[in-house]
Design a protein around this ligand. Structure first.
Ligand code: ADP
Length: 354
């Protein structure tokens, strides 16, 4: 069963075991996981005052503190607490109750640690099945298209003109699939702490130019990309390929989420000790409510406007993690219906001309 459910039942028994007026269970990170016989506010206030003033007295074994029994729970996640409070109409606690509750607390600690392991396994299962679903959903479309054209090619039914026309489309779909697969692989690596970054000194202006050149076939007349860079070098020490992936992802999104077209601005700037790359579009934008979905794993905003736009919901999550792993960040500002600005920030390599 879930951790909260288990904690709740464990606490119910603990309260009964010693005849407490109320009780509570604090998790290893200090959050309240269960409370019985009192409001959460009262429980937290009582726990704060008891733990705050008597922590020293309490020691690692815990015991009686005034009219309450407090027992530390050495959980995997940190020290949690089981607290049972006697009231005016309940028995006064003695050593007997402390011993009884201490034995019980040891069992509760073990059980809570077990649920953490099983919840982690469940979460991994969930991620695995989402990956599989994503791979089958998102890759099936472009794969079917490429396969269709391939069979037409092998049967020789495409004229030279038609061939010229469909080649860029096939190329585009293949790149789209490669991009999605790379995102999935990098996310999987990130999950298992296997994502390795290379550090090299380069000029952000050159990385942005490489990206915009590569994206030219996609941007076209509907989404002209205007690049603005400073006249001086913008040196950073980072994983250049990953930085290019982030900028590609931002411009890709600016195009995808501006279905009716519009200018895209890509501005490179130095501000203080940071190099900034800001990508602004005039597309569908994001509402305040939807902003919290951004940067989450698999987080896609679903609406009539986005339903037919392909994507994995991994790009921004991965991009922000990659930026943060390199002491940078990725932030967003947006207004629904107006457009969005995503800003990548990386620490400048000081004193090193790129
Ligand atoms: P996806 O593969 O779905 O594009 P991302 O992680 O890149 O995944 O983006 C997550 C979600 O954020 C998108 O599904 C979309 O709803 C929203 N989003 C990202 N970029 C923009 C943008 N420039 N304008 C509006 N919405 C955006």
């Amino acid at each position: 069963s879930s951790r909260a459910g288990l904690a709740d039942r464990a606490l119910e028994w603990a309260v009964r075991l010693v005849g407490a007026e109320f009780g509570m269970l604090l998790d290893g990170d200090g959050t309240l996981v269960a409370v019985r016989g009192a409001t959460p506010e009262l429980a937290v206030a009582r726990a704060t005052s008891l733990l705050g003033s008597d922590n020293q007295v309490l020691g690692s074994a815990g015991g009686l503190v005034g009219s309450a029994i407090i027992l530390p729970l050495p959980l995997d996640t940190g020290t949690g607490y089981l607290l049972a409070q006697a009231g005016p109409f309940t028995p006064v606690f003695g050593l007997d109750e402390v011993v009884r509750l201490r034995q019980y607390a040891a069992a509760v600690t073990a059980a809570l640690d077990r649920t953490r392991v099983s919840e982690r396994v469940l979460a991994l299962e969930e991620v695995k099945s989402r990956f599989l679903k994503l791979a089958s959903h998102e890759l099936r479309g472009p794969l079917a298209l490429v396969k269709g054209y391939m069979s037409m090619l092998s049967e020789g039914v495409l004229s030279q003109d038609e061939l010229q026309r469909v080649m860029p489309m096939i190329q585009g779909r293949l790149e789209q699939m490669t991009g999605m697969l790379n995102e999935m692989l990098d996310t999987a690596r990130l999950e298992d702490n296997r994502l390795e970054l290379k550090a090299e000194l380069f000029d952000v202006r050159h990385a942005v130019a490489a990206v915009t050149d590569a994206l030219k076939p996609q941007t076209g007349t509907l989404h002209p990309v205007r690049v603005r860079v400073p006249p001086h070098a913008v040196p950073v020490v980072a994983d250049r390929a990953r930085v290019e992936t982030i900028v590609t992802n931002l411009i890709d999104n600016a195009i995808k989420y501006s279905p009716r077209g519009g200018d895209i601005d890509c501005i490179v700037e130095v501000r203080g000790s940071e190099a900034l790359v800001a990508v602004t579009d005039h597309g569908i934008g994001i509402s305040g409510e939807d902003m919290k979905t951004l940067f989450t794993r698999f987080g896609r905003i679903t609406s009539d406007a986005t339903v037919s736009i392909p994507g994995t919901g991994l790009g921004l999550y991965l991009s922000r993690e990659l930026a943060r792993m390199q002491q940078g960040d990725l932030t967003a500002r947006s207004q629904a219906g107006e457009g969005s600005t995503f800003t990548l920030q990386l620490p400048l390599a000081v004193g090193a001309p790129a």
